[in-house]
Design a protein around this ligand. Sequence first.
Ligand code: ADP
Length: 473
Amino acid sequence: MIKLALRLKLTLLYTGVLLLALALLATVLIFTATRILHREVDESISATAASVVKSTVIKQSPFSLQEIVLPDINVFAAPDTYLQVVDTRGRVVSHSKNLGQQYLPLSEYTLKSAMQNQKFYETVRSGEQDIRVYNVPLAVDGRLLGILQVGRTMATVDLLLDRLRFIVFTGGVAIVIVAGLLGWFLARAALNPVEKISRTALSIRDGGDLSKRIDYLGPQDELGRMVNTLNDMFGRLEVMYNRLQESYELQRRFVSDASHELRTPLTTIRGNTEFILQTPDLDARTTREAMEDIAGEARRLTRLLEHMLALARADAGFELKKKAVPVEQLWDDIARRARFWAVGRKLELSDQYPVGKLVEASPDYLSQLIFILLDNAFKYSPPDTGVELAMREEPQGRFEITVADRGSGIAPGDEELIFDRFYRSREARAKEGSGLGLSIARWITEQHRGNIRAANRPGGGSIFTVLLPFSRQ
Ligand code: ADP
């Protein structure tokens, strides 16, 4: 609809301008032609009149017209030129033969003007035609004796001008119609891509299919560039929309998983408290057991909330503050705390680590990451097996941290999934956990511009590898 209106507007504008230009041209043309033809008639009759006057002989006593010997005026007459001589009273003294029985019309006004001894032109109507008449007073010594009238029919000139008007008018109309039609089709051709653009945009709006693009094969002119820009914009919109959709989906899952995870410890806490409150004379041992359960669940709840808080902060765009930390310092700190933390378990710390190197890190978060991995390693492996922690420079020059165990290993296909929020493998569900630890570990790694991966070890168990860039010194 919009396109039709624009197309119509363009065509009307274009045709209107053309019409105006043609009308102006036609007016100038007809005006000029009329002036030239009329002047030519005037010149021809005045020349004839001059010839007649030149050939006129005046006798000695010029008291009447008879005294003037007029030449044979028929000599000067042409098929469309008439001559007539009238006396001061308007009586026709002589006229050219081609007038036949007719006379050139003579008005009072003509007579009066001639009396004032003036030569002048006038156009008179005779029958069906206009006649241009040149009136020349015939006077001797200032005394007017009569008037010589040379007339020429305007029929030929009028016919010529009529034809010219007809040609100009019909030609003009034909040109306007043809140009209008041509403009209409040209406008359609020019607006076709615009129509395509609006159709695609509409189908995107109505169908919600953001993967659609405008297929335009034309040249890279203004329209081509506009199509490219629009397609580019659609592409960006699609990416943004998908990202939004993904993050919405992630949030939705997070909220539903989180509420599910929160409900379990809360149910236990509520059940136990109600049990204690409603059972009279509960023995001290059972009360203690129920209280221990409550404490355990409360701890789990706290950990869960801490993890959720960390991830919520990450989602909100929180960025870690990092500084260049010497690897030795990092190692000493982590090894000391790990030894203390792993009392009663077999923790093997490699005594080789890169010396004199710096990593751009947040030491607190980096040790949180390592403790998440150590915690899992101990959790998912039998108590009598060992867990190894090592830091080294890998062949490509990056800082590598590995945590390896001899536990259950990772189920095939789960290597990536275990980093998803709330994901827990079926075997792991028997153990305590929230499924958020590795999500936090991955976020911390990404914040350090590194990456983390999980694999199974030959001979059983799993190995988690974190790769970070060394900081340039
Ligand atoms: P949680 O340990 O609380 O379940 P995590 O995000 O830390 O949550 O781990 C996600 C899942 O990855 C675990 O449930 C478990 O199935 C698997 N996993 C993590 N570490 C190990 C490991 N060392 N050995 C085997 N499986 C592991």
